[in-house]
Design a protein around this ligand. Structure first.
Ligand code: PAF
Length: 298
């Protein structure tokens, strides 16, 4: 099968490699042509290196139909990046959204001409030294499920990817769990400019994390959803501990002067809280503080 990938960051590039290793061909859709990718991408893990060579194109370069599309852009770029491709998508195009955050899946579902839409979340880790050099940290676990319930759990062609891939019937719940962890870790690490593990070693940060978690749980409860078998604070602390040395994606965005995914993480939570009439004062406060950091960069 041929897959197009929209969003050639670390995760998009990693998936280009995984899809090619599974026998698919891949086109990376780039904002601007990048000649350094013509010789292929060098993929480096702790034991070995190899090269994968996807085709590259920019949205303006091609008008041929797209049959299979993987979207790995930042959450806030989903609709603007999809818009120029819409004339190339049809009722039978498979689309997979593999991203952080929530809200963009429903927005895409409303806009796309196809019901063959999947949402996914991954714990895979990779970083790009340059557009043509990708370091793989871990393949992690990926959970995927159809946005429209009548579709199969996995998109066609994804059964032989060399990763731990779990097909789910309730992908929205899975996304909520990831969102809850991101609400607990990302804004606080961005505002305190600290590593994930440093949230746990400071009593004031830990107390903020506790309140964020209680508010998130109140929203989930109002939706009739229980998030984890244990309190969110315990689950989020375990993630902060196991990723203790990492800089959260939000702190990395702040450090690089990029817009963060705060609207699709804490912003989505606060919107749901509004609809449900649940009080989330600390999350609202963190949302505003991260917005202020973002606008200070603009
Ligand atoms: O967004 C991130 O950085 C990650 O999802 C998480 C779980 C916070 C770990 O760094």
């Amino acid at each position: 099968m041929h897959w197009h990938i929209l969003g050639a960051g670390a995760i998009g590039t990693l998936w280009a490699d995984l899809l090619m290793q599974a026998g698919h061909s891949v086109t990376l859709i780039l904002r601007q042509a990048n000649h350094s990718l013509e010789q292929g991408i060098q993929v480096i893990d702790s034991e070995k290196q190899h090269r994968c060579t996807p085709i590259t194109e920019t949205p303006a370069e091609n008008s041929a139909p797209i049959h299979n599309l993987l979207v790995t852009t930042k959450a806030q770029h989903t609709l603007p990046a999809l818009e120029p491709l819409l004339p190339r998508l049809g009722a039978s195009t498979q689309v997979v959204l593999l991203q952080n955050g929530m809200g963009q899946q429903q927005a895409a579902a409303d806009r796309l001409p196809t019901r063959k839409l999947w949402a996914a979340t991954t714990t895979a880790g990779a970083w790009r030294e340059s557009p043509a050099r990708l370091h793989l940290v871990s393949l992690g676990q990926t959970q995927i499920g159809p946005w429209h319930s009548e579709q199969p759990q996995l998109p066609e062609g994804w059964d032989a990817l060399g990763i731990e891939l779990h097909g789910c019937t309730e992908i929205e719940q899975v996304l909520w769990r990831k969102l809850a962890i991101n609400c607990a870790i990302n804004p606080l690490t961005a505002l305190h400019r600290c590593r994930n593990g440093e949230l746990l070693s400071d009593p004031q940060r830990l107390q903020q994390m506790q309140q964020v978690c209680e508010e998130v749980e109140a929203v989930a409860a109002a939706l009739g959803m229980s998030l984890f078998d244990q309190p969110l604070q315990q689950q989020a602390s375990a993630v902060a501990q196991s990723t203790g040395n990492n800089l959260s994606s939000m702190l990395q965005d702040i450090r690089h002067g990029r817009a963060t995914e705060i609207e699709q993480i804490t912003g989505f939570l606060c919107d749901q809280a509004d609809i449900l009439g649940v009080d989330v004062p600390l999350n609202r406060n963190l949302l505003q503080q991260v917005r202020n950091l973002n606008s200070a960069k603009e």
